[in-house]
Ligand binder design. Structure first.
Ligand code: ADP
Ligand code: MG
Length: 243
């Protein structure tokens, strides 16, 4: 099967420094790929390049067969590329349900209409909130959610925008053990239907969700394979430990 996302020879140059350097990898539809690598390896920059927050200085990004290399961020979002940032972008003064309405109205490219809304939650939003375990909290203000619940709301908002490819940068950072476990369950339920690229340091979490991992170092792929293969890879040990 053809890959959903194909990255070929990608490069970005920040004033002479190549944060991403001849990077190539691909992801199949419905796959969950974990991106690993030491600090500064270029993981976040790679997600920035895929979602269009940063434009590359070389290489190509194809999504569902279409060249999106230089497409503006909002157009990629409409194609189904959804990026979750480390700092959640939920509206704290709105309820969970209202946040979902805003996300849905963004999907169609309309200005968000902040209408008062709560009880007559329609089908797709209800289903999405149930998938992330937030339906019971639909009338709660986002400001009152726990850290983990806020992250799940943001994932739900990406789903409400019809994101097919979910880009997640360290989603479990700051989560409790229970929240991390729940996040693994959510990801496992979403993959298959959605493609997920997740940057994550917590190897226990990675083991629970990923079949395949890609290790970046100095802006390119250092190693790819199963978690067992990566953990015994000598080059990976050197990149992380320096010996
Ligand atoms: P990671 O997420 O793997 O820790 P990043 O992708 O954030 O790494 O950064 C990769 C490298 O690029 C780092 O050395 C970082 O300092 C540098 N970098 C990231 N963004 C910029 C930028 N806008 N300008 C200059 N250097 C940057
Ligand atoms: Mg990062």
């Amino acid at each position: 099967m053809a890959s959903q996302l194909e990255i070929t020879g990608l490069q970005v140059d920040f004033g002479g420094f190549k944060a991403v350097n001849n990077l190539s990898f691909s992801v199949a539809r419905g796959e969950l790929l974990c991106l690993l690598g030491p600090n500064g390896a270029g993981k976040s920059t790679t997600l920035d390049l895929i979602c269009g927050k940063t434009m590359p200085t070389g290489g190509r990004i194809a999504f569902e067969g279409e060249d999106i290399t230089f497409l503006p961020e909002y157009k990629r979002a409409r194609c189904g590329v959804g990026r979750k940032f480390q700092v959640p972008s939920v509206f704290k003064e709105l309820t969970v349900g209202e946040n979902m309405e805003v996300a849905r109205s963004q999907r169609s490219g309309l200005m968000a209409t902040l209408r008062i809304f709560a009880s007559d939650m329609n089908g797709p939003i209800k289903g999405i909130l149930q998938r992330v375990g937030l339906f019971e909290l639909r009338k709660e203000k986002a400001a009152n959610l726990s850290h983990g619940q806020t992250q799940w709301l943001e994932i739900a908002m990406l789903l409400a925008q019809n994101s097919k490819l979910l880009l997640m940068d360290e989603p479990t950072a700051g989560m409790t053990i229970q929240e991390t476990q729940k996040t693994a369950e959510i990801f496992n339920a979403l993959k298959g239907e959605h493609t997920i690229i997740v940057v994550e340091h917590d190897m226990q979490f990675v083991r629970k969700v990923a079949e395949r991992v890609t290790v970046l170092n100095q802006g390119s792929v250092l190693a790819e394979g199963s978690i067992a293969e990566i953990e015994t890879n000598a080059a990976v040990k050197i990149a992380y430990l320096g010996h």
